[in-house]
Design a protein around this ligand. Structure first.
Ligand SMILES: Cc1cc2nc3c(=O)[nH]c(=O)nc-3n(C[C@H](O)[C@H](O)[C@H](O)COP(=O)(O)OP(=O)(O)OC[C@H]3O[C@@H](n4cnc5c(N)ncnc54)[C@H](O)[C@@H]3O)c2cc1C
Length: 520
């Protein structure tokens, strides 16, 4: 017999190896000897009170053997000679579109402007050490997209948009830890992601798909409202039938190209702000009610903060416990920061984006002349401001948190995980009031919600500007662009995803829609 039950285990109890069996036996009224095995289905931590609790959902095998655990397999077909579908971009949306394409018996031809994960690493070093941004290979562009050297947090709020479990299982099939199937807040880690991405590439190639790196798409040929061909930067022209456009939210050249070709786009609300960095120990002390080191059984603590300020949400975004801040610009002349963490989350710092909602209709009047691209132009201006304030390199402008809120230039800054370095700058003045003044009030409120958070031991670093796309590429009920047959705007760049999982699910949906129309 197998019984599923919930258990609460204190941190002191958690240290005892057999605690789950003991508690399960007691709860189910059976002898411990009758329990052959226990499988953890879900695990989360409740640290709201001083007594920290681990909440478990487990399956208890009573007088029954635990079945052999097998990783879910996927029925990939040999598609070497199958009908082709072109996929532009090899981020999570493009990767999962290609995998699904193979499952459904079609051949994906992937075009990716960046390099493979290994070669891409060299370009990341060049950004960090020499402040040189390769415009085709950086933290956002290259094999695996922005998802490869990301944090690899796999939470999503888009539970209704697809089968989240399927995506998790596919990550496990391609080498991610099966712990992601259990944890309430699953996380792969930036050190593990490149191998998973490489395994996905190998599956695609093994079954007959094609992946072309360093192949930037620069133009489309559209005739009679149908996409007919795409052109690469090396002038290669490819005749196409269906195209999944999964180029991510940083591919500004794609938005400009679509706009130039009078292909309709829409301005979209998004969010921008700064990244805040604390010593992890401060966050641990607040969240786990401890002094000094956290208990060894506890992961680096995270937080999730939100506050309404003058009619707009100010909230934490992509919090990275035990992580570091990285330069995520995609061109020279701009500074963009983002965060990531290794699988063990054992770095000294905790960082998080703290961003303000930007309402595309109400907040960007000054940019109206740019039409659907007004958010993008606003974003660009902010990134340029950060570049200049940092001293025209990848050094980022920064301020101690308390100085930022009090409106003072910092005379010194805290140490940081941000490798290119920081320069003290008056971000409180440089950020437009619509962001800056709301952030300052937001931080004050956060300090009241989390005692100890508002401290001069934290730095505020600019700018966190690429939280989601400022542009939406519309699509109809078949997921095609309403004006162009065969063109499927997909993932974060289309405005249909806000993270790895939602982008992956959208990739699957778009390919299914394309195949359905090809078959009909
Ligand atoms: C540092 C960092 C940390 C992050 N951490 C997390 C996290 O922990 N959890 C989470 O859910 N999300 C995280 N994200 C966000 C996440 O990575 C994105 O939401 C996700 O990658 C979007 O997927 P996508 O496939 O839609 O686009 P992208 O990942 O942006 O991929 C688009 C791809 O298209 C390629 N491309 C662009 N233009 C062209 C062109 N013209 N021709 C050919 N190819 C082109 C790009 O090179 C890129 O590889 C993080 C992002 C960054 C930068």
């Amino acid at each position: 017999m197998v019984k599923e039950i919930q258990l609460r285990v204190t941190i002191q109890e958690e240290k005892r190896k057999t605690i789950l069996i003991k508690k399960a036996a007691r709860k189910l009224g059976v002898d411990e000897k009758e329990i052959n095995a226990i499988k953890v289905l879900r695990k989360s931590i409740d640290a709201r009170k001083a007594q920290i609790i681990f909440n478990y959902k487990i399956a208890v095998y009573i007088n029954e053997q635990l079945p052999e655990t097998s990783i879910k397999t996927f029925n990939y077909k040999d598609v070497s000679d199958a009908k082709e579908i072109h996929i532009i971009g090899f981020g999570p949306a493009g990767m999962f579109a290609a995998l699904r394409c193979i499952e459904l018996g079609f051949k994906p031809i992937v075009l990716e402007r960046g390099k493979n994960v290994k070669d891409r690493r060299r370009d990341l070093r060049a950004i960090n050490q020499f402040h040189l941004v390769d415009e085709d290979s950086n933290y956002c562009f290259g094999e695996g997209g922005a998802g490869t050297y990301s944090d690899g947090k796999l939470y999503t709020r888009s539970l209704k948009r697809g089968n989240v479990r399927r995506i998790f299982e596919n990550f496990v099939y391609h080498g991610a830890t099966d712990q992601i199937l259990v944890d309430a807040h699953p996380h792969i880690g930036t050190n593990k992601l490149p191998k998973v991405v490489q395994n996905i590439r190998e599956t695609i190639l093994k079954y007959g798909g094609e992946i072309h790196f360093e192949s930037r798409v620069v133009d489309f040929t559209i005739k009679e409202n149908k996409i007919r061909a795409i052109r690469l930067q090396n002038h290669t022209e490819m005749i196409v039938n269906s195209v999944i456009l999964a180029t991510g939210h940083s591919a500004r050249d794609i938005y400009y190209l679509l706009d130039k070709k009078n292909i309709s786009l829409e301005a979209k609300s998004f969010a921008m702000g700064v990244r805040v960095e604390h010593p992890q120990q401060i966050i641990d002390a607040i969240q786990y009610h401890c002094k000094g080191e956290r208990d060894e059984l506890l992961p680096a603590a995270s937080y999730n903060l939100v506050q309404q300020v003058n009619g707009r949400g100010v909230y934490s975004f992509c919090m990275c416990p035990g992580g570091f801040i990285v330069p995520a610009a995609t061109a020279n002349g701009e500074v963009v920061v983002n965060g990531m963490s290794p699988s063990k989350r054992n770095n000294f710092y905790a960082n998080s984006g703290i961003v303000v909602e930007i309402n595309a209709e109400k907040d960007l009047q000054k940019y109206n002349r740019f039409g659907a691209l007004k958010g993008l132009e606003f974003q660009k201006d902010l990134e340029k401001m950060a570049f200049i304030a940092g001293g025209k390199s990848q050094v980022a402008p920064a301020q101690r948190l308390t100085d930022f809120v009090e409106g003072k230039l910092s005379t010194s800054l805290n140490s940081t995980s941000y490798q290119p370095g920081l320069k003290a700058a008056p971000l409180h003045n440089l950020l437009p009031p619509l962001i800056g003044s709301r952030l300052r009030k937001g931080f004050e409120a956060f300090g009241k919600k989390m005692r100890g958070y508002y401290t001069n031991e934290a730095n505020v670093i600019g700018v966190e500007s690429r939280t989601s796309s400022p542009v939406k590429i519309p699509r109809n009920e078949n997921l095609e662009h309403p004006q162009i047959e065969g063109l499927y705007p997909c993932g974060e760049g289309g405005g249909y995803a806000g993270g790895i999982i939602s982008a992956a699910m959208d990739g699957e949906r778009c390919i299914e829609a394309a195949i359905q129309l090809m078959k009909s």
